[in-house]
Design a protein around this ligand. Structure first.
Ligand code: ZN
Length: 132
């Protein structure tokens, strides 16, 4: 259910962007960043997103694009930059000290929403909207 909640909040953010632009807008795509430390399964989020998007006005054709951000940290003792991994108990491979500062890997961001402004000649789509 974690993934479903994430998909829902992405759709809510897209919905807010659409609303701020007024009527006759559809979202074409939304791009998100997931840090690997968030432990989010992109496939589950995509599945949940696709099954829910029709419930959100203007989102029925919206595609979700997920980019995963690899974790990076500076170690505590020597400020080496490395990729913390569970296999090494998140320790620095060079000197063995722990994480001093996490530089990236905790992202959970909507970075871009592509919105289509409908032209008045697109009758079909407008009717579909009224029917909702
Ligand atoms: Zn180190």
């Amino acid at each position: 259910m974690h993934e479903a909640a994430i998909a829902k909040s992405i759709l809510e953010i897209v919905g807010e962007r659409l609303q701020s632009l007024g009527a006759h807008t559809n979202a074409q795509s939304v791009e998100v960043l997931f840090g690997e430390f968030r432990n989010v399964d992109p496939e589950s989020v995509s599945f949940a997103f696709d099954s829910m998007r029709a419930l959100f006005s203007g989102c029925s054709d919206c595609r979700l694009s997920i980019n995963t951000v690899t974790a990076a940290a500076h170690c505590k003792d020597n400020h080496h930059q490395y990729r913390p991994q569970a296999e090494n108990a998140y320790r620095c491979p060079t000197c063995g000290s722990g994480i001093g500062k996490l530089l990236q890997g905790e992202e959970l961001d909507v970075v871009n929403v592509v919105i289509e402004i409908e032209r008045p000649d697109k009758e079909k789509k407008q009717h579909a909207r009224v029917g909702r």
